[in-house]
Design a protein around this ligand. Structure first.
Ligand code: THU
Length: 157
């Protein structure tokens, strides 16, 4: 028998001003995308922004539906749009932010399991690590790759 351990490293920043210029732009894009959320049920507005390896950024937000499961998270809106509109480009990073009553949450929002799985797939498709920025008002967490948020990802078929 062997006991094994997985360690997850991540970096914490005290605010977007501590980020490198492109990451700051990406974080700001995620924050601005919260304004486009359609969340009449939860009133929890989430924004996500995908950074391609050529510097382009596209955005998405959560879209809810009266038939609850028909809605979709901001991360998947952004990732699906990114892949559908730019199928041959590699995604290098994803930023996520959330706001309630117009105010950015203090603590970063952490993505749901389904979104983590979708992130993992697009990281695989892109062929490069996808960095993840979870953006809170005075706390930003940066993960170097999706595996840090979803170890033992299913990618076997
Ligand atoms: N939501 C996201 O868009 N991303 C997350 O990371 C967490 C949850 C959405 C789904 C739903 O519209 C609302 O937030 C409340 O769960």
């Amino acid at each position: 028998m062997t006991n094994k351990e997985i360690k997850i490293a991540y970096t914490e920043y005290a605010g977007i001003d501590e980020l490198a210029a492109k990451d700051k732009e990406l974080a700001e894009a995620a924050i601005s995308a919260t304004a486009t959320a359609y969340a009449p049920y939860s009133k929890f507005n989430v924004g996500a922004a995908v950074l391609f390896d050529d510097g382009e950024i596209v955005k998405g937000s959560n879209q809810e539906n009266a038939a609850y499961p028909s809605g979709i998270c901001a991360e998947r809106t952004a990732l699906f749009y990114a892949s559908a509109s730019r199928p041959n480009k590699a995604m290098a990073a994803l930023a996520i932010a959330a706001s309630q009553e117009g105010a950015l949450l203090e603590t970063p929002v952490t993505p749901c399991g389904a979104c983590r799985q979708v992130m993992a797939q697009y990281q695989l498709k892109s062929g490069i690590p996808m960095r993840i920025l979870l953006v809170g008002a005075h706390k930003i967490w940066e993960f170097e790759k999706v595996d840090d948020l979803l170890p033992f990802t299913f990618d076997s078929i």
